[in-house]
Design a protein around this ligand. Sequence first.
Ligand code: FES
Length: 127
Amino acid sequence: MALYSEKLMEHFRNPRNLGFIEDANGIGEVGNAKCGDIMKIYLKIEDDIVKDVKFETFGCGSAIASSSMATELIKGKRLNEVKQLTNKAVAEALDGMPPHKMHCSVLAEEAVLAALKDYTERTGKTV
Ligand code: FES
C-alpha cells in the first residue's frame, strides 16, 4: 500500500485556495516547533459565513495537502460549523494519513481555530 493516498497527493500537487486575502478579517498563523513548518490561514467572513479562505504554508507535503483540504472543508460554512473542524476530519477527507504525519493535519486545525479567534478578537463577536 502506498504511504500517501491518491487524494492527499492530488491536494499536494494542486492545492486549493493557495494565496492570501488582502482584506481578510481573520488571520491565524501557527507553527510546529519540532519540524519548523508554518501555516497561515486567511478568512473573509461575512454574515457568520466563510465567504473566502486562503492559505500559505511553508512546510511538508502533508501540511500543504492538509491546508488545502481544511480550506475546502470550511469554505462557505457557518462559523459554528467551522469551529468544530478537527484534524481527524481533515485527515479522513484526505483518505487517511500515515500516523507519523498526523501532526501535519493538527497544524491545519490549529490554524483555522487561530484565524477564527483572531476574527472574534477583531470584531468582538462570539462564535
Ligand atoms: Fe511538519 Fe508536516 S512535517 S507539518
